[in-house]
Design a protein around this ligand. Sequence first.
Ligand SMILES: [Zn+2]
Length: 275
Amino acid sequence: MSKFDIQGLTRTFFGGKDRRECANPTCTTKPKQQIGIRFYEQWFCGPDCFERAARQKLLELMPARGKQEKPPSLRMPLGLVLVSRGILSHEQLKIALDQQRTSGTNFGEVLQELGFATQQQVTAAVAAQWACPVFSLGERPLPTAVHIPTRLLELYGMLPVHFQEAGRKLMVGFITRVQHHMLSTIEHVTSCTATPCFITDNEYRRHLQSLAVVSVENELVCDRANGPAEIAKLVRDQASYVGSEEVRFGMCRDYLWGRLLGQQEWDLLFRLPED
Ligand SMILES: [Zn+2]
């Protein structure tokens, strides 16, 4: 399913090599001791060569960006899961479906408004639909070792809820659906193995708020739609400005997520045009 490699986990870059060769075939810079920029397992001697490679990579990534996955049509409808669990009666199911038709709101929310099911019961039923576990954060703070831009957490209704250093295993909690395209993107950008779980809406909101207070300083969001050439130029400028040693790209459905690594970690988000 992942179109990105996750070999970043074991990757060793150019260890011990004194002289590096720029991966740009048209590079005219004489090989010398430079910091350069690592990008997709290659090394580029400077901003010009990096920008060229970034532009090419974007042209390759853009058409393949993750589309909204189809709803889980083969899964049992949420109402029936709750009936089968003895939480909802057939009569209540009928009332809730009628209510949903007129209000147009999310079925899980309708059930809670009517008092037919609790948030925990709805979350557990949604998790069962997706064959994922429910994760309860309780009073534990969110893991800080792995950072995902706040804009993406809000947009895709997800949070990093648990991180295990051994094997770099990350659990990502979703509230309404699993965003598979984001799991593979997170794996690539953060060098983690990401697995999905579900969390309640309340826990999601509470922790997202606490996160927004602390973690927005090194995030730049560009909401104007840009073509590959302009995005590559902006990434190059920021990477040169902050002295990045490595750049990673993660394709999301709505954004290109660029991560700059080095002394400082930066996340750049570029909104992609609608297709
Ligand atoms: Zn070069």
